[in-house]
Design a protein around this ligand. Structure first.
Ligand code: HEM
Length: 154
């Protein structure tokens, strides 16, 4: 949610789109979840393998940042900025599937939807406080440590 708030605080066009047409919020959530996918999934190899010329051995450990896959539409349109490209009007969510599929995925979507609907209806204009020292977190789960936002008093 902090990364989404950061995006909307710094992208007025996207903010306006969601305010003018709240029906597009669910679609935008999928795009936010792709672009600001916070987990880095860790795995240990059970057997030797080779992927795109990279040889890996059983027992090797790999880290898979879920924010890195190249969005399909961005690839088609040859955007230069690959996975960092974002379009709140499209959907390119890539999710972890299989045994460890996130059981909280639907709850997370509902929470983000309520956050966006309620926040944007009450606080349509906001930005990052000038001079703020926004600090990011990395590791297994990325995020933002502090995000001072300001908005005009009503
Ligand atoms: C936007 C929010 C969320 C994201 C991006 C997310 C992402 C993920 C990912 C990528 C995994 C797979 C990890 C792996 O395979 O190693 C996972 C697993 C899991 N998630 Fe989430 N999750 C979110 C919200 C939640 C919520 C709200 C809950 C609980 C209420 C939850 C509970 C779990 C649990 C228990 C697992 C482990 C499943 C297993 O190993 O079988 N997650 N999540």
């Amino acid at each position: 949610m902090a990364l989404i708030a950061h995006h909307l605080a710094t992208h007025e066009d996207d903010r306006r789109r969601l305010i003018v047409n709240p029906a597009t919020i669910p679609r935008a959530i999928e795009e936010f979840l792709r672009r600001y996918s916070i987990p880095t999934v860790a795995r240990s190899l059970t057997r030797d393998t080779e992927i795109r010329g990279v040889a890996m051995k059983a027992g090797d450990r790999v880290m898979l940042p879920t924010c890195l896959p190249w969005p399909r539409r961005a690839a088609l349109q040859e955007f230069d900025d690959g996975p960092t490209w974002i379009d709140v009007q499209t959907t390119t969510w890539l999710s972890v599937k299989g045994t460890h599929k996130c059981p909280g995925a639907n709850l997370a979507r509902v929470e983000i939807k309520i956050f966006l609907e309620e926040w944007l209806a009450r606080i349509p204009d906001f930005s990052i406080a000038s001079g703020a020292n926004v600090r990011y977190l990395s590791g297994g789960v990325a995020g933002i440590k502090n995000l001072p936002l300001v908005w005009p008093t009503i």
